[in-house]
Design a protein around this ligand. Structure first.
Ligand code: AMP
Ligand code: MG
Length: 519
């Protein structure tokens, strides 16, 4: 691993915390604090993502050395690494929460890959930082495995996301009260090494605006544009306007993809929104089984359902408005920020229209198609149809002879076939008629649909089964999921069992349909 090259621009170009002290505290006038990972008892490599390793320039020999777990478990630094924790704030569940910061994420450094691409390597669960508040800086295996698995699955699904290099067991127990019900228990600890061009969040800007620290805010904005958006041109003000515009567009695209694949983030606080428009901070996220825009996997959010599936596009807009507010002092007037927010709405509708057309197999979405699509979503919710299975099956519908019996696997409630059968058949008739007038041939349509509608997703219960097994030392189920989810759009008959709808036992089981923020 000696060949790895780091340039660490975040710490070399932005102001840092002069205090080298891990005690929880408010950090002022600094974008980061120097922190070293706290060593763990027995780091052991549980899994790694081959593609990410190759992308970073790690060789198979690097992956095979025991040193790999030592480094990515946080017990040793490589030459050139300059570890730090970032200072940020955020709006949590609609309220300004003040300083948050990397409480358990420690960035090791910015690596320059063989192809010249920049990748920041960040350990999650590597021990306390000045931002840990009263918590321990650690992460449990169940949450680390979920982040490792899902971020890679999202990448292969074509959703903008941070990546994951490795999952390392710490050999130490971490105590968590999973349901905040007074029953803490020790669980195995683990560390994910996550990878992204940047981990800067909306909250990194919000904290300096809230503190009226314009100097640091301006430095951070100009740094972000220079490092992460080098393609933006013009004088400084034009670049800032274009930058906000781009952030709005990228966020819109990310959320449209979430809606396409049925992903629910679960904690869309503004500190969990990436400035690059990447899905970031996998916590109590979930996947839609039976189509339900009101569903949230996060038990902490069960009452308000702020972060429910169908509300994600609005919440992203709300978060962008928080970011815009933080940026106001950098603009002579608010017009460019308002234009950016408007662009979010346009970009989202555009992306959503294109993706819905692809999901339905239309060459393009005509205005008259919208009511047809809307009606389908209402029926899917009422009849409790599995989103993934429904769309995958829809691609196999014969437009000359539409037939509801094809869709048997999509039903969670057998009686819905009777109660909603007529309405669904009528919808299929109208859909088939629409297909008969479309420019795409049946083959083209199927190909288009099969590249927009995954066959495999990391369903909540599948991740939970992989966790249960990994906690017993069995990594085969995780490895099988990782392999399968590299090609989520391809039929893989040998894995057909993993495309099945959620089994009844998982409907109300912890980890399968209900998740807490405890991790
Ligand atoms: P999250 O809801 O996971 O995005 O976390 C919100 C804030 O809490 C961030 O500042 C995290 O760094 C911090 N945090 C969450 N879990 C821990 C932990 N186990 N130790 C220290 N800080 C944590
Ligand atoms: Mg977070």
């Amino acid at each position: 691993m000696k060949q790895l090259r780091f340039d660490n621009r975040f710490v070399s170009e932005l102001p840092g915390d002069p205090v080298d002290d891990l005690s929880p505290r408010q950090v002022h006038g600094a974008c980061w604090s120097p922190v070293r990972p706290t060593p763990v008892r027995a780091p052991r490599l549980l899994a790694y993502a081959t593609e990410v390793a190759a992308m970073l320039g790690l060789t198979p020999d690097d992956l095979a050395t025991p040193e790999f777990a030592t480094i990515f478990g946080g017990n040793r630094l490589l030459d050139g690494m300059r570890p730090y924790a970032a200072c940020y704030g955020g709006h949590q569940f609609g309220q300004w929460a003040g300083q948050l910061g990397d409480g358990r994420a420690i960035s090791l450094g910015e690596l320059i890959a063989p192809d010249g691409q920049r990748w920041e390597l960040q350990l999650k669960g590597a021990g306390p930082t000045p931002y840990s508040r009263r918590a321990d800086g650690r992460a449990v295996l169940r949450s680390s495995l979920r982040e490792f698995l899902c971020s890679e699955a999202m990448h292969h699904l074509g959703v903008p996301t941070t990546r994951a290099l490795s999952l390392v067991a710490t050999g130490e127990a971490v105590v968590r009260d999973m349901f905040y019900d007074g029953n803490p228990r020790p669980e195995p600890g683990a560390i994910v090494c996550r990878v992204a061009p940047s981990f800067i969040r909306f909250g990194n800007f919000e904290i300096f605006a809230a503190r009226e620290d314009l100097t640091t805010l301006t430095r951070l904005v100009d740094f972000t544009i220079a490092r992460d958006f080098p393609e933006l041109e013009g004088d400084p003000l034009t670049r800032r306007s274009r930058w906000f515009h781009t952030v709005c567009e990228r966020t819109a695209l990310m959320v449209a993809h979430w809606m396409r694949v049925g992903f629910v983030h679960g904690v869309m606080n503004s500190d969990n929104m990436s400035i690059l428009g990447l899905t970031i901070d996998y916590g109590p996220y979930g996947w839609i089984d039976n189509f339900d825009p009101d569903w949230t996997p996060n038990t902490t959010d069960a009452t308000g359902r702020r972060y429910r599936f169908g509300y994600q596009p609005q919440i992203a807009h709300w978060n962008l408005a928080c970011l815009a507010n933080a940026l106001v002092p950098l603009f002579p007037d608010t017009a460019p920020l308002e234009a950016g927010l408007e662009q979010y709405a346009n970009a989202y509708s555009e992306a959503n229209r294109t993706m819905t057309a692809a999901k339905l197999g239309f060459d393009r979405m005509e205005p008259e198609d919208l009511p047809l699509a809307r009606e389908l979503f209402t029926l899917m919710q009422q009849a409790e149809l599995d989103m993934t299975i429904w769309f995958r099956t829809l691609a196999r519908l014969d437009r000359e002879a539409p037939d509801l019996t094809l869709f048997g696997e999509a039903f969670y409630r057998p009686e819905a076939r009777d109660t909603h059968g007529v309405a669904l058949s009528s919808w299929l008739e109208r859909y088939a008629a629409r297909l008969r007038h479309d420019d795409l041939s049946p083959d083209q349509r199927r190909r288009r649909m099969d590249s927009a509608n995954p066959c495999f997703i990391p369903r909540n219960y599948l991740a939970q089964q992989a966790i249960d097994q990994a906690e017993q030392g069995q990594l085969a189920p995780l490895q099988r999921l990782m392999t399968l989810l590299r090609q989520p759009y391809a039929e893989q008959p040998e894995h057909a069992d993993l495309a099945a709808r959620r089994p009844d036992w998982a409907r109300h089981r912890a980890g399968c349909s209900m998740l807490s923020c405890s991790s």
